[in-house]
Design a binder for this molecule. Structure first.
Ligand code: NAP
Length: 286
């Protein structure tokens, strides 16, 4: 198969966002910060222009009609809350010029909303292609974790475009749609689990007399450093842990306390529960 390459320096496509909230801002800011896109290539819609003023200040065009975004943009991110999708799509078709009922690429970031459902609601836009994406908020700082699953009509170029756009905001991998709920639990919800862990580490430090400010800074830096060690050393996490645990020492004593507290099982339960919740929510909506 011919390899399709898209310049990682800049893209010419116009990018739209239906819904200009937190995730849309995180994605766009991440891509613009890396110089791949300029705000004058961006079109955003939402029900309230005042809430979109920050986009306008940066140079994007803003609309209350979702159809206008589809008219102007080549690629449209669906970035509303999942329960808002029917209203947002109804508004899109109501405000879309008849001559603009052409095929477009839609990138959905909606949690728990299957590709099949997205393809159905967009079927009036003849031949529209869908790629489902599960992003996470650390993409705001260039350390995101994004997975995507292409719909049945997505082309190789669409896939490469999504990969190019999202790789600049961190790690980006293609997975089968059946894994999106589990990956969403790990990397989409994961930052919240890690914030809780950082807070708990810092609480321990404060209890032992460290100032709150220093405790938070050191807890966060320790998590960052440990993550880098895992990624860059190529060593198994068990080996890295063993290397820090001297016989009869302080670290193995702390590890014992964590194991007694069931911390491993608690993290595994968190991922299992979040995955099941995501599946349950998508079945309810489907
Ligand atoms: N947050 C995460 O970590 C995360 C991770 C993965 C996936 N997601 C997914 O990302 C999506 C967006 O989440 P978010 O956190 O960015 O939510 P958000 O901040 O509430 O943004 C949603 C946006 O949609 C706009 N909106 C409401 N009704 C609309 C309509 N009829 N047409 C067009 N726009 C409309 C809202 O505008 P107003 O504010 O003016 O009402 C708001 O700007 C969700 O589907 C979620 O599942 C989120």
């Amino acid at each position: 198969m011919e390899k399709i390459e898209i310049s990682s320096k800049s893209i010419s496509e116009k990018i739209g966002f239906i819904g200009g909230g937190n995730m849309a801002k995180a994605i766009c800011e991440g891509i613009v910060n890396k110089g791949l896109l300029k705000y004058d290539q961006v079109y955003v819609s939402g029900p309230n222009l005042n809430n979109l003023s920050v986009w306008k200040e940066k140079g994007a065009q803003i609309f209350t009609e979702n159809g206008k975004v589809v008219e102007h943009a080549d690629v449209i991110f669906l970035a509303v809350k999942p329960h808002i999708l029917p209203t947002a799509i109804a508004n899109m078709f109501d405000t879309l010029n008849e001559n603009s009922l052409n095929s477009k690429l839609f990138i959905s970031i909606l949690a728990g909303t299957p590709i099949e459902k997205l393809e159905n609601v967009l079927s009036k836009l003849h031949g529209s292609r869908v790629i489902r994406v599960m992003p996470n908020t650390p993409m705001m700082v260039g350390e995101g974790c994004t997975v995507f699953s292409p719909g049945q009509r997505a082309t190789d170029r669409d896939i490469e475009l999504v990969r190019t756009l999202l790789s600049v905001t961190g790690v980006c991998k293609e997975v089968p749609e059946s894994l999106i709920n589990a990956v969403g639990a790990l990397s989409g919800s994961g930052p919240a689990f890690v914030y809780l862990m950082i807070e708990a580490l810092a609480d321990g430090g404060v209890k032992m007399g460290i100032s709150r400010q220093l405790a938070i800074e050191f807890a966060a830096q320790t998590v960052l450093g440990a993550a880098k060690m895992v990624k860059e050393s190529g060593k198994h996490t068990g080996q890295l842990k063993d290397e820090v645990c001297s016989p009869g020492g302080t670290t193995i004593t702390g590890i014992h306390a964590l194991e007694r507290g069931g911390v491993r099982a608690a993290f595994m339960d968190a991922i299992e529960c979040a995955t099941k919740k995501s599946i349950e929510m998508s079945e309810k909506r489907h």
